[in-house]
Design a protein around this ligand. Sequence first.
Ligand SMILES: NC(=O)c1ccc[n+]([C@@H]2O[C@H](COP(=O)([O-])OP(=O)(O)OC[C@H]3O[C@@H](n4cnc5c(N)ncnc54)[C@H](OP(=O)(O)O)[C@@H]3O)[C@@H](O)[C@H]2O)c1
Length: 344
Amino acid sequence: MKQYNVAVVGASGAVGEEILRILEEIDFPLKTLVPLASSRSAGNTVAFNGEDITIKELTETVFAEEHIEIALFSAGGSVSAKFAPCAAEAGAVVIDNTSHFRMDETIPLVVPEVNPEDIAKWRQRGIIANPNCSTIQMVQALKPLDTAYDLIRVDVSTYQATSGAGKTAMEELVTQMQDFFAFKLDTSKHNSFPHQIALNVIPQIDLFTDNGYTKEEMKMVNETCKILHKEVEVSATCVRVPTLRGHAESLTLTFDAAVSADEARELLRHAPNIIVVDDPKESLYPMPAACVDQNETFVGRLRNDVYRDNVLHLWVVADNLRVGAATNAVRIAQKWIEMENETQ
Ligand SMILES: NC(=O)c1ccc[n+]([C@@H]2O[C@H](COP(=O)([O-])OP(=O)(O)OC[C@H]3O[C@@H](n4cnc5c(N)ncnc54)[C@H](OP(=O)(O)O)[C@@H]3O)[C@@H](O)[C@H]2O)c1
């Protein structure tokens, strides 16, 4: 089987580190791994399969020099805007974790359990976009239910962990908690979030747009329609909570047809990479602390609406660094390899 030269751009970051861990864990056809970051981390090493591999500086020419065939980008939108086209021009398929290319019509936006067929459009620009972390876990749960009952509307509130904003944001929560226990928490000191995050809940993720929703909320609106290939109404309220890892979402779904919670639970039990945890009498339901390091999306609290037979409520939790970023990117790469091998 062919093996590939793979670059991980942003290898020293929260998502990049997780990509390396997943590539170690699975049977990925890897020839050479090239970790890339800015000049700040270049020269440092990452541990991979028992070896210390030196991080190289990201440059416009590194992809051609290293004969990169697959480039996994998670170093921020402006970095992808500048360097992803260089990687594609050098012949690599780019799988981009940032929001930069997601809504570009010429670039596929893919969750392999939902719209794997869209990967075939990669040739247009050489780039495949990875959706927002909150969107990925949500559409994985929506897809089987949409197929069965025809989804019309989604009302979602998220409970998003600090790691969604990167490594320094996680550190900010930990530092603030330490300061709190040392009786020296200064509530005016915050960099990663618009307010103190320790012992707080912030109903703002990213900047507000003119319509009163944040950019994060509008990502959930626009990306869901692009991935599901239909105009679903989506209303999102995205909230940052003081956890380190794992995003939770409360969903209210409106369908064209009547829906039974028992039947929906069975459909989700058979959906790819979904695990149903739903035994309220035993206090069993998905929680962020139980999803860390997992590659599946956890679903529970399924119940019919009290008033309407076409409305269903549920609770969805996944590790944002894995399912919401690294796992999805690696699954896209695996699917891309499978499709490339089929066409040869
Ligand atoms: N965290 C999540 O849950 C999540 C989910 C989906 C998508 N994403 C997206 O993935 C990207 C990275 O997120 P993260 O959470 O991993 O952030 P992070 O922990 O802050 O890591 C950022 C990474 O990007 C590198 N980088 C920054 N500027 C660079 C430059 N000019 N050239 C080369 N490398 C550069 C950093 O390298 P240095 O060490 O050299 O600074 C570091 O490796 C973001 O665009 C984010 O929106 C994140």
